[in-house]
Design a protein around this ligand. Structure first.
Ligand code: A3P
Length: 319
């Protein structure tokens, strides 16, 4: 174990000396690794995940840019996969934040160690990650494990992240940049796990290449028809709902249990913290589509649209 640790610390330290760095608008330091801006705080854990995590064929990996619907996807996937284990009224979601039930590889598992203990994780194992597709451990790409990616209109993701970061006051000594300066960085792709277009395109192209391996979801589609999405996730994972389950209303019940209103109002999500210091309540702000219109000027939106159009051009991915 000590050898593993020394090995990764050495690689990490050498990389940090050579790679480009930039301070994010919230004061967090970012490092550019393999084309992506990663928070320096998570850089070593990301390298550890990349080097040491071994996916099993029946693992399920939930991948996102932060603030794109991770919490929702965790709740849904956990409920779909474990529907034979727990009835709805006994669901662990009623007493645990979704982030406690589905660990984030680079934060909950590899943050402090190179060989985390997986024994307490039930089968099939469900993990989440913010790591871009090309930086994922080889075993996630090469094994039979399934990847579900959810993305969101980047403008809503940007606003959501801004609130989340300010509310949790990640860098206590830093004075955050104003919204317009933060947005300028965002449009240049300089943000946590950015550029957002490359993050999305990595998983989008992997989905096009192998749709059985990578399911590509959009937050907005889940908002329009959550029951359709619940069915789609179950089919993708090879555990489609039976006619009997459909008749019993299980799909609606899971959709309702995992809804914004239901999770937000649970006592467990109104209090307490995850990942050390992140407020459970900060994962449930508004849960709406298009809230960015209240914050961004027409000029900002116009600039963003041009950036998005040029970056996604020809990919088939649209917003
Ligand atoms: P807003 O800040 O726009 O409200 P993540 O889970 O990736 O951290 O993303 C958080 C965003 O998803 C927040 O968006 C949050 O309110 C929203 N969200 C959390 N749980 C949700 C749910 N069950 N249904 C819909 N949106 C949800």
């Amino acid at each position: 174990y000590e050898d593993l640790k020394e090995d990764i610390v050495e690689i990490h330290d050498q990389l940090l000396q050579t790679l480009d760095q930039h301070t994010n608008w919230n004061g967090r330091q970012l490092v550019k690794y393999d084309g992506f801006w990663l928070p320096v705080l998570y850089f070593r854990p990301i390298l550890s995940t990349q080097k040491y995590f071994r996916a099993k064929d029946n693992d399920i990996i939930l991948a996102t840019v932060p603030k794109s619907g991770t919490t929702w996807l965790k709740a849904l996937t956990f409920s779909i996969v474990n529907r034979d284990v727990y009835t709805i009224d006994q669901s662990p979601l009623l007493t645990c934040n979704p982030h406690t039930l589905v660990p984030l590889l680079e934060l909950d598992l590899y943050f402090h160690q190179e060989n985390p203990n997986f024994q307490h994780i039930s089968n099939p194992r469900i993990f989440s990650t913010h790591i871009p597709f090309k930086i994922l451990p080889d075993s996630i790409r090469d094994s039979e494990c399934k990847i579900i990616y959810i993305c969101r209109n980047p403008l809503d993701q940007f606003i959501s992240f801004r609130h989340f970061s300010l509310e949790n006051n990640f860098e206590k000594d830093a004075v955050p940049l104003e919204l317009d300066e933060a947005f300028d960085m965002f449009c240049q792709g300089i943000h946590s796990m950015g550029p957002f277009w490359d993050h999305m395109l990595g998983f989008w192209n992997a989905h096009l290449k192998n749709p059985e391996k990578v399911l590509f979801l959009k937050y907005e589609d889940l908002k329009v028809d959550i029951e359709f999405s619940v069915k789609k996730i179950a089919e993708f994972l090879g555990c489609a709902f039976s006619v009997e389950e459909e008749k019993q209303g299980l799909i609606e019940q899971i959709a309702k249990l995992c809804s914004f209103e239901s999770l937000k109002n649970l006592e467990v999500n109104k209090t307490g913290h995850v990942h050390g210091a992140v407020k459970n309540s900060s994962f449930f702000r508004k849960g709406e589509v298009g809230g960015w219109t209240n914050y961004l000027t027409p000029a900002m939106v116009e600039r963003f649209r041009k950036v998005l159009a040029s970056k996604l051009d020809g990919s088939g991915l649209i917003f």
